[in-house]
Structure formats: structure tokens, C-alpha cells
Design a protein around this ligand. Structure first.
Ligand SMILES: *[C@@H]1O[C@H](CO)[C@@H](O)[C@H](O)[C@H]1NC(C)=O
Ligand SMILES: *[C@@H]1O[C@H](CO)[C@@H](O)[C@H](O)[C@H]1NC(C)=O
Ligand SMILES: *[C@@H]1O[C@H](CO)[C@@H](O)[C@H](O)[C@H]1NC(C)=O
Ligand SMILES: *[C@@H]1O[C@H](CO)[C@@H](O)[C@H](O)[C@H]1NC(C)=O
Ligand SMILES: *[C@@H]1O[C@H](CO)[C@@H](O)[C@H](O)[C@H]1NC(C)=O
Length: 685
């Protein structure tokens, strides 16, 4: 296997090179994680304490400052293994009243720290649920994300860990283990409420409700199938339940959106993909090197002179940059679409490079290739987080406020952790399909390349193999997009690319023998076979009903709802006055929210629905795994020793390390403006 680390060692002295794995990982995480609501993402430091003043005294315990930890078995499926893993959660108790449900908000593939801010925001969907239904709201951190992983020498410095250390560390990071975590958590859950006598909050005595988006939405669906009755109601939002390795269909939603009002950009992005594919396949470096020089890497062409410019290793490095360039326009489409997000900005910059109005046919069709590539490079430079411009902004931000980000054990834990899941079980590689004329990605963004990156990061093992992610067991066990669930609301965004893997998929091979309804079945009644409660949010994106504010005092308050009624007409009754900092508000998200409130009103008080918990023996109320404030998990003594001695062997470790975490141009002087960097290509303009 070709190893980029060799090149890395050769070149590192002279230039800062980005590693294949980091670029690729970043693409993955840009697409799959970060479901933080728009406003928290944009205003990281602001605290949304809209309710702090009028809350019950109990909330003097600010939930956002009170992380709790639970000890769970590391390996649920072999009783001999006594290792444990400590998972973090937060509880918002301010709205709880006896008889209210436990609302379990599963965050999935991310640290929950940043989400905790939302626990004191009444416009947050989950908080609104707790308020309407007198619920106890739990924010749960998935194993191996944030602080919910063993703190070891490996996890504290993932960049230095060897492949073997990484695959050993992540061994129990599987979909099934993580689902069982929740079963264990729920069945043993207890919580002291100062205001009330001891409540039994386990799912046999208190209805539990699952809410989740994306991977955590799929987890909700899998849980409903796996442990029926454990949760009395499930909201599976934007849930990609049909796992597949090659997920080129991701881009069809983007193609469709571009075709509506950006035909010029659509044509140009396809042309750029074809140009990049050709340049790669013919090993034609001319314009490619100018692009890299202009966007990412100072004096790239001069530096190349010292090496054989046509060697495969140099082409691997070129590929890293080109991958980033090719991903850049689409990086936040799934949250904001074309006009609210970077794709719209990208298009505007590219299309207006040579004239204010642009040409309806686009730049690739009307200008020389060099000029078209210049327009493309200009847009990448303005938007890529790895370009000179961005690194300059980043470094300025850094010096302004020295942020100590110790939210996770290692800053990169969430990225590695999700990459592990993608490489082992989840798949969904967002790749090119060059046989389609509308294709938007260059041919080197393909499944094989993705699998190589997996192996390049984790090595080959039982879980990471040349055959790629093993998606079949989960699809077989949970029936993919054929799964039929009662007491579950499925929601999807009309333009969300992940919809293609959901029960609302319109792909060719998607189910056709099923029916969507917005009629909530009456208490005790089930759906006709093949019919499920589903709602596609008009103009919506990934998890829109979670990222939009809940309108205060909206219809759907518990008192006003007759649970036996079905929802007849769903219309947005008000338009939003507030606009998120980025993106256009998705008005129809309110209807999804209200449909869910109605479904909860129908299902929660309902006693005739089947509620067949396998194990319904009364739980002890003082269960051992819960402590009110478990300190952050500490090292076992031998690991601590390893760490303290690490200075002596770190050199040794570095040799085996994956070449990662070097972000290009971070170390580059930032005094030169992007226009100066564009000079190389600008000459051609
Ligand atoms: C927690 O729940 C599991 C069942 O999922 C059970 O086997 C275990 O004994 C419980 N632990 C405690 C301390 O109650
Ligand atoms: C060309 O693209 C720009 C930017 O995306 C867009 O605003 C404009 O409407 C397009 N023009 C035509 C004629 O399609
Ligand atoms: C995070 O950093 C702060 C300040 O440096 C420190 O007080 C705190 O204990 C750290 N938290 C963890 C979980 O390491
Ligand atoms: C590419 O798209 C075509 C449909 O245009 C489809 O038939 C084919 O299976 C896709 N290729 C791959 C590798 O999935
Ligand atoms: C729809 O078709 C699939 C595949 O043939 C089958 O497994 C499933 O049970 C069918 N569903 C219904 C509701 O008939």
C-alpha cells in the first residue's frame, strides 16, 4: 500500500502539507455532523437564558453547568468483560412534574457540550416539548464522543496514536454497543428531584420519549425496532436508515436545487468536476498547480521543482487539495441549501468573476479553461476553511481570544470517532458518479479512495477492511428503509440530501409499497400495514424542525389537543419574524413540530398501546451507575505512567503515527492578501 507518510516525512521540512486523511475526514464531518442549531453555531459564546428568571427554584442548578456521568459496561455482550465506559449527560428538570415523560434527546455523533446551551432556551424544540408535557429532558452523549470515552494516552493525543492503538481504542465503538448503552441507561435511570418525593423514572413506570436527528434519528428507529416499548414515542428526524457504502445519490438533491435557479453554476460545477477528473487521470498538473498555489500553498510550484513533479506521491498531495476544493461548494448545503449557504456564495463569486451579471451559460462554456479555472479558484479561495483567506481569519481569531477548547478529550475525538463509524458500519461515502452528466464531483472522490483513507487511518483489522464498511448486518437486523414502526414520527427535509436514505426516499430502488400519512392513529389503534406517520418538511433541510425556533404559544399546547383527533390541515399560521444568521427560515418546520406535539399528546396518555417491556421488574431507585457528578474519568495507573513517560518515547511514536492534523497554511505568514496569492492565475485573466 502506498503510504503518504513517506512523502510527508520528505516534504515536511520544506512545506506544510495536508494529509489525505484529514481532508477527507473533514469532508465527512462537514456533511454528517454539526447539527447544532444555527444560532448556537454562529454565536458560540452567547448564553440563551431566556427562562432563567422565571423558573422554579430547582433550576438554581443550572443544567448547563452540571454534567452528569453514568458508568456503562464497555462490552454489553460479554459478561466477563468488566471494563466500563463513562458517558456524559445533562438533565433539564425545571419543567418536570410527576407523571410527565422522560424526553431522551440523543445527540449522536457529536460532543453534547455545545448543545447544552440549548437547555435553557425555550425556543429550542426539545425544551418546548419538556415544557408542554411536564417532561424531564435528558441530553445524552454517545460513547466515544466528547467526554464519553476513556481518557487514555491514545485518546488524549489521537494524532500521535498508531493505527493499531486507534483500532484497539475504538474496538467497542459499534452501533449495537451504543444502542445497548441507552437500554442500560434507561432501565437504571434515577434522578433526585428536590421538589418532589422520589419518582420512579425508569421506562416501566414513566413513559420515555426518543428524539434524534440524522444518525441519532436512525438510532431512535433502530431502538424502536430492537426494544419495542422501551420508548413510548419516537421522533426519527432526517434518519438515514438505509445504509449503503456508495452514496453518490447524496448529490442528486444538490443537483435538483441548482437546476431550479442556478443553471449557470450547475453547468460550471459539473464542468469543473470534469476538468478535475481529466487533470487527475491525465496527470496534467498545469492548471492544477496554479490553483493550489493560488488558493492553498504559497510557492507551491517553486517547491515542486525540488521533486519529481510527476511522482505518484506528489499527486497524492495534489489530490488532498483538489478534494478540498471539490467539496468546498457543497459543505453546508444540507443545512442551508443554495441561497442561504456557501453554495450560493460560491456560485455568485464564480459567476460574477468577469462581469457583474454573469453569463447564463456559465464561465466554463464561455471562457478559456484557464479563465474558467481562475473563477473557480477565486470562489474556493473565498470559502474553503483551508485557504489562505480562511487561515488568516482563523489565526486572527485565535490571537483575539485564547480559547481553551477542552470540551472533548482531544479536539479531534469526534472526527476520528465518526470516521471510525463510517469506515466500519455506517458507510454512506458521498462520492462521484461520473457516468451521470449532472455529476458534481471529480472521479477521484470515489469509494476506493474512501476505503483507502479508512485503512490509511486505522489500518486493516477485523472491523476496517479492504471490502469497505460492513453495512449489511444493520440493514438486515433493522430492515433498512422498509422498517415499520408504530408510535414513531418520521420527518425529512424536502431538499435534505440524506432523505435519499430515509423512508421518504425517492430513489429508484426505494420502497414503493408503503404509504405516508399525517393522520395520527387514535389511542390504542395502529396503522394499517405499510402506513406510517411521516412528514416531509417543505423547503426543509437536514433536521429543520430542530434547527428552527419553536413559536411561542403555538397551537399544539397539551390542553388544546384532543389526542383522538387527527391532524386535518397543516398550515403554517405565522411567519417568522426572526431570521437565523445564516439561511432562510424553514416555515414548514413549525408544522412538523406541531405534528410531533400532537403525536406525543396522542401517544403519551395512551395506556392501551402495547407496552411490552421484556423486563419490567421494579428498579431500585438508588442504582449504582448514577452518581450526581462523577468526576471526569481518570486514567488507570499504568496509563498515567505511560503518559508521564511519553516524552522519552514520543519520537518513537511519531514514526508510526498517521500523518494527520496538519492544516495547510496555518503556519504560513498571513500578511499577503488573497489577491496576491491569486496572482499566479490572475496573470491569465
Ligand atoms: C442496569 O440495567 C441492566 C439491564 O439493562 C441490568 O442488567 C443491570 O443489572 C442494571 N444495573 C443496576 C445497577 O441496576
Ligand atoms: C448565474 O448565477 C448567479 C449566481 O449563482 C445567479 O445569481 C444568476 O441568476 C445566474 N444567471 C443566470 C442567467 O442564470
Ligand atoms: C477545562 O479547562 C478549564 C480551564 O483550563 C479547567 O478549569 C477545567 O477543569 C477543564 N475541564 C476538563 C474537563 O478538563
Ligand atoms: C451512477 O448513476 C447511474 C444512474 O444514472 C446508476 O445506474 C449507477 O448505478 C450509478 N453508479 C454507481 C456506481 O452507483
Ligand atoms: C414492501 O416490500 C418489501 C420488499 O419486497 C417487503 O420486505 C415489505 O414487507 C413490504 N412492505 C409492505 C408494507 O408490504
Amino acid at each position: 500500500m502506498r503510504s503518504i507518510s513517506v512523502v510527508f516525512a520528505i516534504l515536511a521540512a520544506n512545506m506544510w502539507v495536508v494529509s489525505a486523511t484529514v481532508q477527507w475526514k473533514d469532508s465527512i464531518s462537514r456533511f454528517s455532523t454539526d447539527l447544532l442549531r444555527k444560532k448556537y453555531r454562529n454565536q458560540q459564546t452567547q448564553k440563551f437564558s431566556t427562562i432563567m428568571n422565571r423558573l422554579k427554584p430547582a433550576l438554581s442548578k443550572d443544567p448547563t453547568d452540571n454534567p452528569l456521568f453514568v458508568e456503562l459496561p464497555m462490552d454489553h455482550f460479554s459478561p466477563d468483560n468488566k471494563d466500563t465506559i463513562s458517558c456524559r449527560y445533562f438533565v433539564q428538570e425545571a419543567y418536570y412534574k410527576p407523571g410527565g415523560p422522560v424526553i431522551f434527546h440523543d445527540i449522536g455523533e457529536a460532543s453534547i457540550g455545545p448543545y447544552a446551551k440549548g437547555l435553557v432556551d425555550e425556543e429550542e424544540f426539545s425544551v418546548a416539548m419538556a415544557k408542554k408535557f411536564n417532561g424531564l429532558l435528558i441530553l445524552f452523549e454517545h460513547r466515544f464522543y466528547g467526554q464519553s470515552a476513556p481518557s487514555t494516552a491514545t485518546s488524549r493525543d489521537l494524532g500521535k496514536a498508531s493505527k493499531r492503538q486507534l483500532s484497539e481504542f475504538f474496538k467497542y465503538h459499534t452501533i449495537e454497543q451504543a444502542l445497548e448503552d441507552v437500554v442500560y441507561f434507561a432501565k437504571n435511570f434515577s434522578y433526585d428531584l428536590e421538589e418532589y418525593p422520589k419518582q420512579t423514572l425508569t421506562p416501566d413506570k414513566t413513559p420515555w420519549v426518543w428524539i434524534g436527528v440524522s444518525y441519532s434519528g436512525a438510532r431512535g428507529a433502530w431502538m424502536a425496532k430492537r426494544n419495542p416499548g422501551l420508548f413510548k414515542a419516537t421522533l426519527a428526524s432526517s434518519a438515514p436508515v438505509q445504509l449503503q457504502v456508495n452514496f453518490w445519490e447524496y448529490f442528486t438533491a444538490i443537483e435538483d436545487a441548482l437546476a431550479i435557479s442556478n443553471k449557470n453554476c450547475s453547468a460550471d460545477l459539473s464542468a469543473a468536476a470534469r476538468w478535475l477528473s481529466d487533470a487527475w487521470e491525465n496527470r496534467d498538473s498545469s492548471l492544477v498547480d496554479q490553483l493550489i498555489d493560488a488558493v492553498y500553498q504559497e510557492d507551491w510550484e517553486e517547491q515542486l521543482e525540488q521533486y519529481d513533479p510527476d511522482s505518484e506521491e506528489i499527486w497524492d498531495i495534489r489530490k488532498d487539495y483538489l478534494q478540498d476544493a471539490a467539496w468546498t461548494p457543497f459543505s453546508d448545503f444540507q443545512y442551508y441549501g443554495v441561497n442561504g449557504g456557501t453554495l450560493g456564495q460560491f456560485c455568485d463569486i464564480m459567476e460574477t468573476t468577469y462581469s457583474e451579471k454573469g453569463d447564463p451559460a456559465g464561465v466554463f462554456a464561455t471562457k478559456s479553461l484557464a479563465r474558467a479555472v481562475t473563477a473557480y479558484a477565486k470562489a474556493v479561495a473565498a470559502i474553503s476553511p483551508y485557504s489562505y483567506t480562511s487561515s488568516r481569519q482563523r489565526s486572527q481569531r485565535k490571537t483575539k481570544r485564547q480559547t481553551t477548547n477542552n470540551e472533548s478529550i482531544d479536539d479531534k475525538l469526534d472526527d476520528y470517532s465518526w470516521l471510525w463509524q463510517v469506515c466500519t458500519e455506517f458507510g454512506a461515502f458521498q462520492v462521484a458518479n461520473t457516468s451521470r452528466p449532472e455529476n458534481l464531483l471529480p472521479s477521484f472522490i470515489n469509494v476506493q479512495n474512501s476505503i483507502d483513507s479508512c485503512i490509511g487511518t486505522f489500518g486493516e483489522s477485523e472491523q476496517v477492511s479492504k471490502a469497505g464498511p460492513n453495512v449489511d448486518p444493520i440493514n438486515e437486523k433493522y430492515q433498512g428503509w422498509y422498517v415499520q414502526l408504530s408510535n414513531t414520527l418520521w420527518t425529512n427535509g424536502q431538499f435534505d440530501p440524506w432523505k435519499a436514505l430515509s423512508v421518504d426516499s425517492e430513489e429508484e430502488d426505494a420502497p414503493t409499497n408503503d404509504t405516508a400519512t399525517t393522520n395520527i392513529p387514535q389511542c390504542g389503534k395502529t396503522f394499517p400495514k405499510g402506513t406510517q406517520l411521516r412528514y416531509v418538511i417543505k423547503d426543509g433541510y437536514h433536521g429543520s424542525e430542530f434547527s428552527e425556533d419553536v413559536v411561542k404559544d403555538s397551537p399544539g399546547d397539551v390542553e388544546g389537543i384532543d389526542p383522538t383527533n387527527t391532524i386535518r390541515s397543516l398550515t403554517a399560521t405565522r411567519t417568522r419574524t426572526k431570521t437565523a444568521l445564516t439561511g432562510t427560515p424553514v416555515v414548514d418546520a413549525i408544522n412538523a413540530q406541531n405534528l410531533w406535539f400532537s403525536a406525543m399528546s396522542s401517544w403519551l396518555p395512551c395506556t392501551t398501546l402495547q407496552f411490552n417491556l421484556a423486563d419490567s421488574t421494579p428498579q431500585t431507585t438508588t442504582s449504582a451507575p448514577f452518581t450526581s457528578r462523577t468526576p471526569y474519568q481518570t486514567d488507570s495507573p499504568d496509563e498515567a505512567a505511560q503518559t508521564s513517560g511519553s516524552s522519552s518515547n514520543s519520537g518513537d511514536k511519531q514514526n508510526t503515527a498517521t500523518p494527520s492534523l496538519v492544516i495547510p497554511s496555518l503556519m504560513i505568514p498571513f500578511f499577503v492578501s488573497i489577491l496576491a496569492f491569486l496572482a499566479g492565475i490572475r496573470v491569465l485573466v
